[in-house]
Write a protein that binds this ligand. Structure first.
Ligand code: SF4
Length: 744
């Protein structure tokens, strides 16, 4: 059977039966808010199941009712619920009940692995007991985490040819193939070793190359098996990364059944203060020298495979003569065109790399430089790269045209023997298209992409220079509307830190929800007695952060005194990794000499460092932004949080800078309406590490005097729950801090 016959048959069974709710609209069964809230009442099913230790929280009742109403009323809800309220169960219970009553699955997205683990290992099993019915759930992983059997066949067919991507790749490819023979779930996490990105790239299932039902392995495909499992689940647990990448895949493919998740319908997003960041990352268009090389190497492998197939002469019947012709020609047609793209793109990216190096203040990498349209128009520092763009564009268009021609014949006339080649060519075609579109957008200096900010990043990976070009959305609202809001029936956005200055306005503006008529909002107060449990230390005579040796030395001394006052048990948060390293290296001998173990981010994996910190009980942990959240250490082991600097975004970061400018241009005060709110939410996250239970006690020391000296400092102080405050000269504050820790 050739491909055109298959296509006709396939058309009769589309749309995908895996996610039937995509096409079937059913009647709704409403939930009673009273009934759902009653589960959490004293003597209710949650207490009966939980047993001793369950605490009734009045605040939780309003939260549960609000969430229940959002499911019943097809509405959106912004919910701020602090730690200790029982937020997770408050949304999981109505979500599960809704799924069981209505047969509509609910997607639950978290930002951190901690919360995901808690939901899967603790909350969902508890939920099944509370509801008296098994709640089916699935932990969804991205498509690329699964082995593609079709691609695996292709690699097997290539061996023992040398791998163009890596000298020692053949052994690794063999190890993956061995595992592929035995694996039961085909997930990369099941492999027992971590494959290099280069090698896994050749085996991973991916949307662009998947030929779905045309694939000879469709029935045993690991990815589609996982999707079938997801299709049976009531609750699908994902992380924000997967949620937004899946939304992007569906959008690019133009199909709601693309990607791993069902079409978004009922969605709960916890840790929703990260939505803007996750959405920005996944709606960013990006290409790089490494990405182009990868696509071209892939095409080289396809051409070689096609030549082998032609040589082995797969039943060269007359009907297949065009197929044979194309397969034979690929080794002649592609290589010279690949060479042209290689040469042109190498020169283009090298030029970007050189311009980046000249612009880097201290020759360092690991950051992005914004590219202004007028620099492109005037031929400024990126002028050379822009002048090389036509060659890149022409060579890519030429190559892409040839790939399209080959695809047209093989896709319609090829048979089972060429299905793998078709899959690879589709991915290559999509890849060239993507690289070309981003480079074209970059080189266009006419602001044709008015809602995008352009940036260049460069560096070295495995001793190889690389440069990349990104185009990130300045305003994510239109994309969220089109790809998420317009497709959602219920959307719950919840976090312990969504509000700024008592309101949700900042989030609503950032996420494009201000004028959304379906949105409701609720903030419930903390159940903890912060006045009794927490102390806020605000020394007012320390220097404001600056990149000088004097500052890092003063800061180091202040940290040392604070950590001595608490006798360890301290999480010290920095806004810069360089400063963290400087201070931790300087303080480690003294602190260790005092019997306080020093743990520094980067010394060991995050989960391990947190476990060691918790087990020690009196250690000090130096971390950056990533430790501001997902650190849930109750009790004495974390009794002091030191915030070394107010967590403002880096002013030169391209997306932040472009958003500030856009706000200014609209006549608003960008600093107070954007920079401060972002920093306040970060600050609230950092503060939230301290009090995790009703019995915790401790202090937060802010070693950035801008909090007391600058007019905006009050926003930070007012954004956290009221607690005892120490304000004054550093020596006095530390003396009082010591007394506080001596007393608890
Ligand atoms: S169905 Fe798609 S992902 Fe699965 S083995 Fe085939 S091509 Fe690969």
């Amino acid at each position: 059977m050739d491909r055109s016959e298959k296509n006709r048959l396939i058309a009769t069974v589309e749309p995908d039966e895996v996610f039937p709710e995509a096409v079937i609209a059913g009647e709704k069964t409403f939930m009673s808010p009273d009934e759902i809230a009653s589960y959490f009442l004293p003597g209710g099913m949650v207490e009966k199941t939980f047993g001793e230790g369950y605490e009734f929280r009045k605040q939780q009742q309003s939260l549960v009712r609000e969430i229940t109403s959002a499911f019943n009323g097809d509405s959106f809800s912004l919910l701020e619920a602090p730690t200790g309220i029982g937020k997770t169960l408050s949304y999981l219970l109505p979500a599960a009940k809704w799924a069981l009553l209505n047969g509509e699955k609910v997607i639950v997205s978290t930002n951190t692995i901690n919360l995901q683990d808690q939901i899967i290992s603790k909350d969902i099993p508890l939920l099944s007991k509370v509801l008296g019915r098994k709640v089916e759930f699935a932990l969804a992983k991205g498509m690329r985490n699964y082995l593609c059997l079709l691609r695996s066949d292709e690699v097997k067919g290539e061996l023992p040819l040398p791998d163009p991507d890596a000298e020692d790749g053949v052994d690794e490819a063999r190890a993956i193939l061995d595992w592929a023979e035995k694996t039961e779930d085909g997930s990369v996490f099941d492999m027992g070793f971590t494959p290099s990105e280069q090698q896994w790239d050749r085996f991973a299932a991916e949307s662009e190359s998947c030929v779905r039902r045309e694939c000879p392995h469709y029935n045993e495909c690991f990815f589609f098996k996982a999707r079938r499992k997801i299709a049976k689940a009531d609750l699908i647990v994902v992380n924000h990364h997967l949620l937004f990448s899946d939304i992007s895949i569906k959008h690019s493919a133009g199909r709601d059944d693309a990607g791993v998740l069902p079409p978004v319908g009922r969605v709960v997003i916890d840790e929703a203060h990260n939505v803007a960041g996750s959405a920005t990352m996944h709606f960013t268009l990006k290409t790089s020298s490494l990405g182009v090389t990868k696509t071209l190497n892939r095409l080289k492998r396809v051409a070689a495979r096609a030549a082998r197939l032609a040589k082995n002469n797969i039943r060269a019947a007359d009907a297949r003569s065009r197929v044979m012709e194309i397969l034979s020609a690929m080794q002649k047609v592609f290589p010279p065109r690949i060479k042209k793209v290689e040469t042109a793109s190498k020169r283009f990216f090298e030029s970007l790399y050189n311009s980046f190096e000249e612009s880097s203040p201290d020759g360092s990498y690991g950051f992005s430089i914004r590219v202004m349209d007028d620099e492109i128009e005037s031929g400024g520092r990126w002028g050379k790269a822009v002048s090389l763009y036509p060659q890149v564009s022409e060579s890519m268009a030429d190559l892409s045209g040839e790939v399209r021609k080959a695809l047209a014949v093989l896709d319609s006339e090829g048979g089972d023997e060429t299905v793998g080649i078709v899959a690879e060519l589709k991915a290559v075609f999509a890849g060239i298209d993507r690289h070309s579109a981003v480079i074209r957008g970059f080189a266009a200096g006419d602001s044709s992409q008015v809602n995008f900010v352009k940036s260049v990043e460069a560096g070295k990976r495995n001793r190889r220079k690389f440069a990349s070009v990104s185009m990130s959305p300045i305003d994510i609202a239109p994309y969220l509307k089109e790809r998420l809001y317009d497709r959602c029936k219920t959307l719950i956005l919840t976090s312990a830190t969504l509000r700024e200055k008592d309101g949700f306005e900042f989030q609503k503006n950032s996420l494009g929800l201000r004028d959304n008529e379906r949105i409701t909002e609720l903030a419930v107060p903390s159940p903890f007695d912060h006045k009794r449990q927490a102390l806020l230390a605000l020394p007012d005579d320390l220097p404001a952060p600056e990149a000088t040796d004097v500052y890092s030395e003063r800061l180091g001394r202040a940290i040392y005194d604070c950590v001595r006052a608490s006798r360890g048990g301290a999480l010290v948060l920095f806004t810069s990794y360089r400063l963290l390293k400087e201070v931790s290296v300087a303080l480690a001998p003294e602190l260790e000499g005092d019997g306080i173990r020093v743990l520094t981010q980067g010394d060991m994996p995050r989960e391990k460092i947190l476990a060691e910190f918790k087990a020690d009980g009196n250690a000090v942990l130096f971390g950056t932004d990533s430790f501001r959240e997902g650190v849930d250490i109750a009790g004495d082991a974390l009794r002091l949080v030191v915030i070394t600097g107010l967590p403002f975004s880096v002013p030169a970061e391209p997306v932040f800078q472009a958003r500030m400018e856009a706000i200014k241009q609209s006549g608003k005060d960008a600093f107070n309406q954007y920079a401060v709110p972002v920093a306040v939410i970060n600050f609230r996250q950092a503060f939230g590490r301290l009090i995790r239970t009703a019995t915790d006690r401790g202090a937060v020391a802010v070693l950035d005097s801008r909090i007391t000296r600058k007019h905006y400092g009050r926003h930070f102080i007012n954004s956290i729950p009221q607690c005892g405050t120490l304000e004054g000269h550093f020596e006095t504050v530390v003396r009082e801090l010591k007394k506080f820790f001596d007393s608890i």
